[in-house]
Each structure stands twice: as C-alpha cells, then as structure tokens.
Design a binder for this molecule. Sequence first.
Ligand SMILES: [Zn+2]
Length: 217
Amino acid sequence: MLCAACAINGLARYPHPGEGARSAPYASGKDLNSYATVRYQSGHEIQMHDMKTLKYLAAYPATVTDQVRRLIDNGKLAELLLKKYPASHDIRTDKALYSYTVDMKNQFLRQSSPLSKVVYDDKIDVLHQALGLHTLVSRVQGNHLKSKNEIRIGAVFKTASPAFLKMIVVHELAHLREKQHNKAFYKLCEYMEPEYHLLEFDLRLYLTYLDLVGKLY
Ligand SMILES: [Zn+2]
C-alpha cells in the first residue's frame, strides 16, 4: 500500500480546508527582480512585476501569499526564517535518521507496528512535490504475507532546521495509524508535536525560500 497522499499536495489541504486550492496564475522564473512589459493595443505600456509562483503556499489566501512575496522582494524572508530557525540539525545519515525516528515512535506510538527502514531518499524530488513517503511493503514469505513499514524522507530535509525534520518525521509516523490526511491524522500529529501546524506553515516558507532564492544554511 502506498501513501500517495503523502505529498505536499496533500499537506496543502490543511489548515485551510474551506478555502480551496488557489491555483497560482503567475509566471514562474528565478529572477526575483524581473519585470515584464505589457503593451496594450491602445499603445500604453505597463511594467508588471513578474510574480513568482509560491507553489508551497498555493492553498493559502492572497493576503498570506502577498505578504510572503513582499518579504522575498524586500530580502526579509531569510532574516525571518533564521531568527526562528537559526541552524540545521546534524542528523545526516540514514542510520542517524533511523534511530531518531525509532526514538520518536517509541515515545509516542509504541503500539504501532515496527519500522523496518527509515531513509533519506533523494528520489523524492521536491519538484514532484513529495516530501516524504510512508510505504507499507507487503511481501509473501513462505505462507505468510509479511508487511514492512518503511519511511522515506525527502533528501531536502538533510539540511533543515531540527524543527522541520521533526515535523516531517511526525507526519510520516502518523501515517502508521492513519493513511489519509483526515482529522484523526492531524490530531495524531499534534499529539506528537503540539506546534505541528505552525511548523508546517513555516516549512512551506522555508521551501519557498529554497525554491525562489536558494540555500539558507
Ligand atoms: Zn502524508
């Protein structure tokens, strides 16, 4: 069984389920200060700021995304992020990630079935919008159908604030119990990390920064 929903698309449904996904109507590009000239038939021209797609914040209302754009344009987003999340964690290897995740599972979800594998996966490409992946691999062994829980964490989290790593590990662990991103799922996330929703939003800010500006650490 594959948790297909465990992508940023799925994350985007929360915490604003009522608002609906707001598809980004803007052109995308890397140069944050580029302007496009739009020439009307009447002859007059206007300079339009080439608005960037904030794909990680697509589910949020314009009041939020406009504010984030202003922060980026004024070069203030890095400052804001670094103030709250000054440094990266040092859980760099799969081995370290495995013990980190198992420790957390033992603390909060001792009853759930064991984890056979936890790895950073650089094939989880942020461009494909998948941050993490929880899979339940079923294999037939003799007469038994053996299930194995595996967690794959997007390689983008190798360098990230400890808080963001915790958030994504909590997210994937919650999938051991709840496959869907439903109310019970988010309750479980909040049980493991009371700041879950705030962190998820800040993670989106961080990913937006990586996408449009570059490395923070
Ligand atoms: Zn998920």
